[in-house]
Design a protein around this ligand. Sequence first.
Ligand code: NDP
Length: 274
Amino acid sequence: MGKAKSYKLDLVGVLGHPVAENPTVVMMEAAFRELRLPFSYLAIEVLPEGLGDAIRGVRAMGFKGVNLTIPHKVEVMRHLDEVTEKASLIGAVNTVYRVGDRLVGENTDGAGFLKSLQDDGGVDPRGGSFIVLGAGGASRAICVELSLAGAARIAIVNRDEGRGRAEYIAWEPGLRLPEGFGVLVNATSVGLYPDPGKPDIDYGSVRSGMTVCDVIPNPPRSAFLREAESRGASCLDGLGMLVNQGTIGFELWTGEKAPSAAMRAALEREFRAE
Ligand code: NDP
């Protein structure tokens, strides 16, 4: 007798508001297809007042895990059984996974960035000097990860000092970058599709030999990176970070090695189609 057929899918997904334009579903579904895994990734609209119930639902319905996006990354922490040390340092969770009946919160954004910096950019963060534009969630995740990896100097440029920490540089329009930094990171939301803009800095102060990174995944070749490239900098797009943070979640949920090339190709197809 043959094995009984199972129609059950393992569930994962992203909880957010708004969530309709979140591209993670495309990347994750491509990964499940590539490895023929019986998983489904759902984009679920959850209002702030429904977050507690949604997490109880995740638990009750046996989800293998979820991603969190705006506006739930901080608030979700009080609904979980455990938060990793890194996520609590960053103060936000973007990935939840299950250990038995326990829901554990992790933050994979900074690790995704770091992997792209090391593997795609060939940059060793140890002893390096970093200047980071923006002081929001993505910036915090990146700065914590860089500190843990041994960066010697991290300066944060922001419009509002309250949000800037470590070494703070006030953001004046057309900001001239100070000398002595090897890596420049745009961790603001400026330039995310459909915004064609770029951070308001003096691009003449980007030196050739710098590594310049953008967190913006869409468009991958942002106006910021095009400007930096024309000054002779080596550039890393936000797609690498997005794929890398996704591969960590994928591996926590499925126990399988993530097919990162298929994940990146699916996102590139998606963004070209826009
Ligand atoms: P937040 O809202 O937490 O932070 C946004 C930051 O951008 C703030 O510091 C804000 O400054 C700054 N900012 C916004 N507009 C301007 C402007 N016109 N000039 C200067 N600074 C500005 O967002 P997140 O940190 O969560 O996300 C930021 C971006 O990172 C998003 O576009 C998101 O798509 C991307 N991201 C990419 C990931 C990836 O895997 N590639 C992962 C996570 C995020 P102020 O404090 O002054 O308001």
